[in-house]
Design a protein around this ligand. Structure first.
Ligand code: MG
Ligand code: MG
Length: 260
């Protein structure tokens, strides 16, 4: 068996998971605020400013701001941009899709979540991308159970996405999360069922399918942050922070059912 670098997965107590859920609650409400403000003409900078103001009003801190020098509280990634878009002068247009990723720190605990929003009516192609990417994340949640393997989580995302002819971005992965935004293990969105780390009570994962309507390759933007689909195809990103508990998966950043 080939051994990789040592993986140290820090498990959380139920009390710690409750603290992460409190951070998650602020995060969900931040994304809902962004959704309410999202209309043609609004700039991604305006969304970011409103999000940061809200986060701080709740006694929390935006986890992304200053992280390796990132300037925003949100990552805002329109259309063919997959992730890590810097909020700025881009004014959202009717028919856009916009991926919004956010991290929150509350009392030293981090939550991380993302959603891709539709701005008004979108193409059938884009609608399918959003629906399938979201469905792949929900499939992954179902696999976050004691006794399953990490490969079961990864494979569940892959099977939903590829069954619909869409592509998994392979060079970007999900991660463990807790006091640090990025903890072990890495969580690819593709993999082999029954393989990998055995899931145990107290593990908390940020699972985040990144999916394109074209091929899986990506390229780095000129700002050295934003990552685009290599072929210019549309991209979506949905992410939950999920705790593995004795009672099954607990999504710590649940959005409301009606949300896109
Ligand atoms: Mg994220
Ligand atoms: Mg993440």
């Amino acid at each position: 068996m080939r051994k990789g670098p040592r993986t140290v997965i820090i498990k959380k107590t139920p009390e710690q998971i409750e603290k992460m859920a409190a951070a998650g609650d602020i995060l969900v409400r931040t994304l809902e605020l962004v959704e309410r403000k999202l209309r043609p003409g609004v700039t991604t900078k305006e969304l970011d400013t409103a999000a940061e103001k809200f986060i701080r009003s709740q006694g929390a801190t935006p986890a992304f701001k200053g992280y390796r020098g990132f300037p925003g509280s949100l990552c805002t990634s329109p259309n063919s941009m997959v992730v890590h878009g810097i909020p700025g002068a881009y004014a959202v247009r009717k028919g856009d899709i916009l991926s919004v990723d956010c991290g929150i720190i509350l009392d030293g605990w981090v939550a991380d979540a993302a959603r891709t929003f539709a701005v008004g009516p979108i193409s059938q192609n884009a609608r399918k991308l959003l629906d399938v990417t979201k469905a792949s994340l929900l499939a992954a949640v179902e696999q976050c159970r004691v006794g399953n393997r990490l490969g079961d989580v990864s494979h569940s995302v892959q099977s939903v996405v590829e069954a619909d002819g869409l592509s998994i971005v392979r060079s970007l992965v999900g991660h463990g999360i807790g006091r640090d935004m990025h903890e072990d293990p890495q969580i690819p969105n593709y993999g082999t069922p029954g393989k990998g780390v055995k899931l145990e009570e107290g593990m908390v994962f940020a699972v985040e399918p990144m999916v394109t309507t074209g091929r899986h390759g990506v390229r780095l933007g000129e700002d050295h942050w934003s990552i685009y689909s290599q072929d210019g195809s549309l991209a979506a990103h949905f992410e939950f922070t999920i705790a593995i508990t004795a009672d099954g998966p607990q999504v710590l950043t649940p959005w409301h059912e009606s949300a896109s």
